[in-house]
Design a protein around this ligand. Structure first.
Ligand code: ZN
Length: 159
C-alpha cells in the first residue's frame, strides 16, 4: 500500500543537523505515526513520503522553509523575572508554554541577567537545515474516527 492522503503512516527516522549531529533517533523506541496529507509533520518530509510503501528507505535534506521556518529575531524578548510567577529560580534552558495570537508557543529561556530574562519563542529547530534518514514501517488506511480527529490513534487510545 502506497502512502497517500488519509493513510496512517509509521516510520523510523534519524534526524541530524547540518553539522551531522544527531538530534533525534526514533529507533530507540516506537516508530513515529502520523496521518498523511494533513500537515501533521513538516512539509519537506511529508512530500518525500508521498507514494512510498513499507520497507522503503530514503534520505532527504529539508531547508528551513520546508521545516520549522527561519528564525525570527522579533520572537526574542527581554522580560522581567516577576513574570515567572511561582518559579523560584529562572534558569537558562528552561521552557515554558505561553499564549500567543496564533495559539500556544513554547518559549525557551536563553539568558538571565539580574532580574531581566531573555526568552526565545522560535522553534528550537527554526533556521536549521535538517537531514532525515527514513524507513517506512507501516501504512494502513486511517479509520473514520482518526479522519474526524485529524490524527491517528495508537493502541488503546482514542483521544
Ligand atoms: Zn483523536
Amino acid at each position: 500500500m502506497n502512502i497517500e492522503k488519509d493513510r496512517a503512516v509509521f516510520f523510523h527516522y534519524t534526524l541530524t543537523d547540518a553539522s551531522g549531529d544527531t538530534i533525534e533517533d526514533s529507533r530507540s523506541g516506537e516508530p513515529l505515526g502520523y496521518l498523511h496529507g494533513h500537515s501533521v509533520i513538516i512539509p519537506g518530509l511529508e512530500r518525500e513520503l508521498e507514494g512510498k510503501s513499507v520497507g522503503d528507505q530514503f534520505e532527504v535534506t529539508v531547508e528551513p522553509a520546508q521545516a520549522y521556518g527561519d528564525r525570527d529575531e522579533e520572537l526574542v524578548q527581554e522580560v522581567p523575572d516577576s513574570l515567572f510567577e511561582g518559579v523560584e529560580d529562572v534558569e537558562v534552558g528552561m521552557q515554558f508554554r505561553a499564549q500567543a495570537e496564533e495559539g500556544e508557543r513554547l518559549v525557551t529561556v536563553t539568558d538571565v541577567e539580574g532580574d531581566q530574562v531573555t526568552i526565545d519563542a522560535n522553534h528550537p529547530l527554526a533556521g536549521e537545515r535538517l537531514h532525515f534518514d527514513v524507513e517506512v514501517t507501516e501504512v494502513r488506511p486511517a479509520t473514520e474516527e482518526e479522519l474526524r480527529h485529524g490524527h491517528i490513534h495508537g493502541e488503546g487510545d482514542s483521544h
